[in-house]
Design a protein around this ligand. Structure first.
Ligand SMILES: [Cu+2]
Length: 81
């Protein structure tokens, strides 16, 4: 039997992805809110989670731009590691 074309196995949800950054300067809910506010405005971002304990910012969305996300975090006044 001949198979024409191919479909990657286990490939679902197309372009949905999650990127995480460690932002060591996060210390309170206000920091988290500022970052969330800026990052939500970046194209493709669906949700932003900020963990105050681990200082990790998790960004979920599609076709995310690492450059744009870092710029947004910087815009909020923080440095993404
Ligand atoms: Cu703060």
């Amino acid at each position: 039997m001949r198979v024409s074309g191919s479909t990657p196995v286990g490939y679902d949800g197309a372009m949905s992805e999650t990127i995480t950054y460690t932002v060591s300067a996060i210390h309170c809910a206000h920091c988290a809110a500022s970052i969330r506010e800026e990052v939500t405005q970046v194209a493709g971002v669906e949700s932003v989670e900020v963990d105050l304990d681990s200082k990790v910012v998790g960004i979920h969305g599609s076709e995310l731009s690492d450059e744009a996300l870092r710029a947004a975090i910087q815009e909020a006044g923080y440095e993404a590691a």
